[in-house]
Design a protein around this ligand. Structure first.
Ligand SMILES: [Zn+2]
Length: 648
């Protein structure tokens, strides 16, 4: 029999900059859903990708001295690095610059044009440059862009319009009658009230002010609006118009996961395009909230993101995945607080799960020569835990039909905590002292082992390393790592040899880690191009060409001042080759501004500028740091050198 299909997508990420923690949630949630369905026997297609056209990317590329294609190639490499670090198990990565996609968009636009759904007119309106979106006066919030909160500007250009108004009743009916079409309900109502109820307006779907995009087939002076281009990825990637068989197999999509800021595009423009070309709608759009820092949405354009690579490198992908999937913004925004993150992973992964595993293995090793014993008589004391295990799978499948990883993880960890309590109640260490209680001891340790197996098998959908580590310790064979094997609590999985090995998750020193994270978060907000090495990793060797890419020069500090409300930072003005650069450095604890004016320092001068506390910092001053005491020293040439001298 053919497997049931499951098609799930993330939004395609805009290739204008690096990914940050805020983006990763949607990908991690999609990944968990895809992994769950695969384990549950579905034929899964998990699509992710990158949105690569538009004025903003053309501008960024120009600033970086690259062609747009070179620029997006680089950004997309970065996306893939982050995804691989976080274990995002996508089946396909679509790029909107892929030839197949370009052809598909062009064909769809042509079809709409030939149907009379697209007409030429002139657009005058209020435009948000970063969002590449026109708004009407009434859509603005406090006179600013409703999506990003930045000022909009008046703009006018000839453009082709998509006759969306013609589909007003269609879309209204859709919102009023299709239940799960957009979740959560609150977001659906919000979009309905603001953008649907009073009818939808025609949409300007081409641009002439730049050319980095897909050319309109009916008028090549125009490029297609980035949203009409991007949305089509969900069908171009699975063969719409090119591979009928594959398309019919996977479409309609089961769930589009998106961030809440793009709900409007997905719930209005996308269904209208599909309806207009005669394609069935996706079954569900799941609109997630955001992970925020200090109450602000982490967004690429605001440069306040926190690097997921830093977190995953230090704590492992599972720590980040666990935190996001358990406490993440399934529907509504949640703040990302370092202390909550650290405490959660310490208490759940290290204490609750880690202790359960290590205690069980230690007792089996001590009392049964490290072989899982055969259970004897099951009594009421055991049944509480066994019942919980028996419900896990069914409850999980129900919860995952609503994409609720948070509910599943809560259930699994309730079961883990119940197992720890079971140890306290049954007191196996007391049973071990009494030879007549050997059978009871065998049963208790068996029940614990089977509980751990069932929880770990389910956890495989959410975490990528820890479940395998645990199953390895209990020598669980492949056929007992499937969802089929955890539907009922078995009494037959004894006889395997357990191994102690390393703890499944190391205990964290919360104070020390908090200090580290706070320090990291004041550094550049985006992924540094050269990763710093940590103690336990071998130091990566680089070639001289690689080193040569870093431009180091001598500069003189001509001014330095404190930055309000930033007690670690100084704003320095540094003269290099007669040109003054502004550079923000985290040295305020070690130097007073007046003490460093006139000093010569070494500056990385070709670092991508970043905005720190509203100040554009155009480089980095080199320092020596003692990683034991935290003491810091600026580095200077040991005799006076002319400004702009090359450091090599
Ligand atoms: Zn905006």
């Amino acid at each position: 029999m053919d497997k049931k299909k499951y098609y799930v997508t993330t939004p395609i990420y805009y290739a204008s900059g690096d990914l940050h923690v805020g983006h990763c949630f949607c990908s991690v949630l999609t990944d968990a859903t895809a992994r769950f369905k695969r384990l549950d026997g579905y034929d899964v297609m998990f699509l992710t990708g990158s949105d690569e056209h538009g004025m903003k990317i053309a501008k960024k590329a120009e600033e970086a001295g690259l062609t747009p294609k070179e620029f997006v190639d680089k950004t997309v490499d970065g996306f893939k690095r982050v995804f691989s670090k976080l274990g995002i198990s996508y089946d396909k990565f679509i790029r909107t610059t892929d030839e197949q996609h370009v052809k598909c968009v062009s064909a769809i636009m042509n079809k709409l044009y030939e149907n009379g759904d697209i007409y030429l007119d002139k657009y005058e309106g209020l435009y948000c440059v970063p969002c590449e979106t026109f708004f009407t006066e009434s859509q603005l919030v406090d006179g600013k862009c409703p999506d990003c909160g930045r000022p909009v500007e008046k703009a006018s250009e000839p453009c082709y319009f998509f006759r969306m108004s013609k589909y007003s009743d269609y879309i209204k009916n859709l919102f009023e009658t299709k239940k799960d079409f957009l979740v959560p309900e609150s977001r659906k109502n919000e979009i309905y009230n603001n953008f649907v109820k009073d009818g939808v307006q025609d949409l300007c779907v081409t641009r002439t002010s730049f050319d980095w995009g897909i050319k309109a087939p009916f008028d090549p002076k125009h490029v297609i609006y980035v949203w009409c281009d991007a949305l089509v990825n969900y069908i171009s990637a699975i063969g719409y118009g090119t591979d009928e068989e594959m398309f019919n197999k996977y479409w309609p999509c089961d769930v589009h996961f998106i961030g809440r800021d793009i709900s409007r595009f997905h719930s209005i423009i996308w269904p209208i395009i599909l309806h207009a070309i005669g394609v069935e709608l996706p079954k569900k759009i799941h609109s997630t909230g955001f992970i925020t820092l200090k109450g602000d949405k982490i967004s690429k354009s605001k440069s306040n993101g926190f690097d997921p690579i830093v977190l995953a490198d230090r704590y492992g992908a599972d720590a980040l995945r666990y935190f996001m999937l358990k406490d993440g913004p399934i529907y509504n925004d949640i703040p990302f607080a370092f202390d909550v993150f650290l405490k959660t992973i310490n208490s759940d992964l290290c204490n609750d799960l880690g202790n359960l595993v290590s205690r069980t293995i230690a007792m089996i090793t001590q009392n049964f020569d490290a072989v899982v014993p055969q259970p004897k008589q099951i009594i009421d004391e055991d049944k509480v835990l066994i019942d919980m295990c028996n419900n896990l799978y069914n409850n999980a499948t129900k919860a995952m039909d609503e994409e609720r990883s948070d509910i599943v993880l809560k259930d699994i960890f309730d079961c883990v905590r119940c197992a720890n309590k079971y140890i306290d109640i049954t007191e196996p260490w007391v049973l071990a002292k009494d030879p007549t209680k050997k059978d009871r001891l065998a049963t208790v340790l068996y029940v614990l082992t089977e509980t751990i197996r069932i929880c770990s098998v389910l956890l495989q959908a959410f975490l990528i390393e820890i479940p395998g580590k645990i199953l390895e310790k209990f020598d669980v064979s492949d056929n007992l790592r499937t969802f089929d094997s955890i539907k009922t609590f078995s009494l037959n999985n004894y006889g395997k040899t357990v191994t102690k090995g390393d703890p499944i998750f190391p205990r964290l020193d919360i104070d020390k880690e908090l200090e580290y994270l706070n320090q990291e978060s004041t550094k550049t907000p985006s992924t540094p191009s050269i990763q710093e090495t940590t103690e336990d990793e071998p130091i990566e060797q680089i070639s001289i060409d690689y080193f040569d890419k870093v431009k180091l020069e001598v500069g003189t500090i001509v001014n330095s001042e404190k930055i309000e409300k930033a007690d670690k930072l100084l704003k320095n003005t540094i003269r290099i080759n007669g040109v003054n650069k502004t550079i923000v450095s985290g040295i305020a604890k070690y130097y007073k501004p007046e003490d460093i004016i006139g000093k010569q320092v070494i500056v990385v001068t070709n670092l991508k500028p970043v905005t720190l506390r509203g100040i554009v910092s155009e480089g980095m001053v080199l320092c020596a740091v003692d990683d034991k005491t935290g003491d810091l020293s600026l580095i200077s040439p040991n005799k006076e050198m002319p400004d702009g001298s090359i450091v090599c």
